[in-house]
Write a new protein. Structure first.
Length: 102
């Protein structure tokens, strides 16, 4: 996980591969981790971790999915994931089993 950075640091760029909604996640909504997972950097996101989803970015050339979240409403963090079976593919495919709206 990277951050914190000022709110909008990653999410202000609205390229074609960026957005406010990914699967069941919608920008501005609060979510809670209900099943622990590790991101691409090995940072654990424990059960009970809560954050507001602020956006996502997808880089197809390396299957990189970036989730942008805010823990405090003033700064954002970058949760890096890789959509490959040997990485976080099964987590991303079943994201609703790991992160749920509060």
């Amino acid at each position: 996980m990277y951050g914190p950075q000022p709110l909008g640091y990653w999410t202000s760029a609205k390229a074609q591969n960026c957005g406010d909604t990914h699967q069941h996640l919608t920008a501005g909504e609060q979510y809670r981790v209900v099943r622990e997972f590790a991101d691409y950097n090995g940072h654990l996101h424990p059960v009970g971790e809560t954050w507001r989803f602020v956006g996502f970015s997808f880089l197809p050339y390396d299957d990189g999915l970036s989730l942008f979240v805010s823990f405090d409403g003033q700064r954002e963090w970058h949760i890096p994931m890789q959509w490959r079976p040997e990485a976080q593919g099964s987590i991303i495919d079943n994201l609703a089993d790991y992160v749920q709206k509060t």
